[in-house]
Design a protein around this ligand. Structure first.
Ligand SMILES: [Fe+2]
Length: 113
């Protein structure tokens, strides 16, 4: 088995609460593009010690290779699974976010640039 076989996406049950939604938004402070990743945008995901989004990792795709942009390690209850970051998008064709739910596993979502 490959790790990729364990990553769920937009077709699986529970997608509304788990698939990370990747968007470009305008930063109110600097006016530049920022990357926003939201888990549970359609339907809020639980955020308890027993069931929560543990981390979100964001990658760019450059010439078919994943390049790491940022990883967010979230504490349950206090850390909400919506993150915003700035990045150099030069040369990137796509953004891919992967998140880990401690009950439902790995999920991915992407945005073509
Ligand atoms: Fe979950």
């Amino acid at each position: 088995m490959k790790l990729g076989d364990l990553v769920k996406g937009g077709a699986q049950e529970g997608k509304e609460k788990h698939v990370p939604v990747v968007e470009l938004v305008s930063c109110k402070e600097c006016g530049e593009n920022a990357i926003k990743v939201t888990v549970g945008k359609e339907v809020a995901h639980p955020n308890t010690v027993e069931h929560h989004i543990k981390w979100i990792a964001l990658f760019g795709v450059k010439n078919g290779v994943a390049v790491h942009i940022a990883t967010f390690d979230l504490g349950p209850t206090y850390g909400k699974p919506t993150v915003v970051t700035h990045a150099n998008l030069e040369g990137l064709s796509e953004l891919v976010a992967v998140e880990y739910c401690n009950i439902h596993g790995l999920w991915e979502g992407s945005l073509k640039l």
